[in-house]
Design a protein. Sequence first.
Length: 190
Amino acid sequence: MLAQASQSCKGCELWKGATQAVFGEGTPRATVMFVGEQPGDKEDLAGKPFVGPAGKLLDRALQEAAIERSQVYVTNAVKHFKFVPRGKRRLHKKPSDAEIDACRQWLEDELEFVAPQLVVALGATAARALLGRPTPVEANRGRLLPLAGTTTLLITVHPSALLRIPDQYKAQAYRRFVDDLQVARRVIAS
């Protein structure tokens, strides 16, 4: 019902260029919810979150952390794809604070619907959307922080950041990301 309602959202200008709103998906009442920044090109076209290159990397890391994607809920802080056209390609552009705030109610509705025990903020935009203020990722990474009520927040990097790291640092950065997801795994197991 919420996913369908999000298709008519015009809370900011992003709906004009996007193919569709991309709402979250996964197990209702999942113990863990992953929140990313916004849908990318592949997600905008498919109408599903985390199906592009960053989603494939997330899936691999979840598998290594022994977390079944089918047991979690995945979504984004912003529901429409913000991009800059470059010929036939659409290149990601970071959403503004106003655009993040315009989607805040959708994220709050998802949080209320799923009622997760743990929310994993994938990157700075997700952390800002969840906490309502800019929050440095590296200074807070891997720590469990109170969010609301009995919900806890875990901040880590967005998997797309790992795709942009120079090759000589990729393995170490990926290992750190999987280590962060292990914290989420322990929450699921408890």
